[in-house]
Design a protein around this ligand. Structure first.
Ligand code: PMP
Length: 284
C-alpha cells in the first residue's frame, strides 16, 4: 500500500508524521472520507467544498492548492489499485513545539490514504440491515466541523459494538435524534415521507445526506427536515443511516427493539440503488 504524506508518495508501512504534529497532540485537524465506487471517486467536489469550510472555520490554510488535491486523491487511489473502497484525507495545523495557541509560520500537514472494500460484502450488509444503540449526546457544539477529535464517537461506537449494534445514535437533551457516530440518521414515516434533522442544528452536514435529497427528488419522494424522537423512529415505517461509506444503510433495530417487521425497508433499498446514478462521479 502507498500513502501520500506532505508531498511524497511512500510505502504505507513507512508513512510517518512528526510526534509534535498538532493533529496528534490536540486533534487540531480535519478530514474527509470519499467513497470510491466502480473506479470513480464519488461526490469529490462536495467533499472538497466541506473540507474548505472545515479549514476556514479553524483558520487552517490549505496544505496544497484546491486544484491540486483532486490530483493527489486520484493518484493515491490509482497507486493502491482501488476501484471500490475509500480514500481518506487529513489536514492538520502542522508540526510545532507544543503550545495551545496557533503557531506562527507552520505549514499544514496533509496525509492521504486509500483502501479497498468489497462491494459484495456491503450489499450483503444492506440486505440484512444494521442495529443502532442510542447514547446521550456528549460532544461539543461544533460537530458541523469535520474535526479529527472523535473520542466521543469512538466511545459511542465501541459501546454500540459491545451491545451487538453497528452504529450509535447521539440523542439530544430534548430526546431528538442528532446523528450517528459516523453517519446521519433518517426515518421514513408511515406515509412514505423521508425525515432527517436540519443540518443547522448540531450535526455534520453529510455529503451523502445532501446527495440523497437529489436521489429522493428523482424518485418522487418527499423530504421533511425536522427533528424526530427515538420513539418516532421505533414506530417508523423504515429507518436508515447515511454516510459516504454506507450510502443508505437500513436500520432494523433500535436499542434491541425491531423497526417495523425487522427487515430492511424497500424505500431505503431503492434510494441505495439509485444513489450511484445521481452522485457526481470523478474518474479515479
Ligand atoms: N455524521 C458524522 C458524525 C460523520 O462522521 C459522518 C461521516 N463522516 C456523517 C455524519 C456522514 O457524512 P458523509 O455523508 O459526508 O460521509
Amino acid at each position: 500500500r502507498i500513502a501520500y504524506v506532505n508531498g511524497r508518495y511512500v510505502a504505507h508501512a513507512d508513512a510517518f508524521v512528526h510526534i509534535e504534529d498538532r493533529g496528534y497532540q490536540f486533534a487540531d485537524g480535519v478530514y474527509e472520507v470519499c467513497e470510491v465506487a466502480r473506479g470513480f471517486i464519488v461526490d469529490m467536489p462536495r467533499h472538497l467544498g466541506r473540507l474548505n469550510r472545515s479549514l476556514t472555520e479553524l483558520s487552517i490554510d490549505w496544505p496544497v492548492t484546491r486544484g491540486v488535491l483532486p490530483i493527489i486523491l486520484r493518484e493515491v487511489v490509482r497507486r493502491n489499485h482501488v476501484t471500490d473502497g475509500l480514500v481518506y484525507l487529513q489536514v492538520t495545523r502542522g508540526v510545532a513545539s507544543r503550545d495551545f495557541v496557533f503557531p506562527a509560520g507552520t505549514k499544514p500537514s496533509l496525509v492521504v490514504t486509500a483502501r479497498k472494500a468489497d462491494p459484495a460484502a456491503a450489499a450483503k450488509r444492506a440486505e440484512g440491515g444494521i442495529k443502532v444503540l442510542t447514547v446521550p449526546e456528549n460532544r461539543w457544539d461544533r460537530v458541523d466541523i469535520k474535526s479529527v477529535g472523535l473520542l466521543p464517537n469512538v466511545l459511542a461506537k465501541q459501546k454500540a459494538k459491545e451491545a451487538g449494534a453497528q452504529e450509535a445514535w447521539f440523542i439530544d437533551a430534548d430526546g431528538t435524534v442528532k446523528e450517528g457516530g459516523s453517519s446521519n440518521a433518517w426515518i421514513i414515516t408511515r406515509d412514505g415521507v423521508l425525515v432527517t434533522r436540519p443540518a443547522e442544528h448540531g450535526i455534520l452536514r453529510g455529503i451523502t445526506r445532501t446527495t440523497l435529497f437529489e436521489v429522493a427528488a428523482k424518485l418522487g419522494l418527499k423530504i421533511e427536515e425536522r427533528g424526530f424522537s427515538v420513539a418516532e423512529a421505533k414506530a417508523a415505517r423504515e429507518v436508515f443511516i447515511s454516510s459516504a461509506t454506507t450510502i443508505a444503510m437500513p436500520v432494523v433495530a433500535i436499542d434491541g427493539a425491531p423497526v417495523a417487521n425487522g427487515h430492511p425497508g424497500s424505500i431505503t433499498l431503492s434510494l441505495r440503488q439509485a444513489f450511484f446514478d445521481v452522485a457526481e462521479k470523478s474518474p479515479a
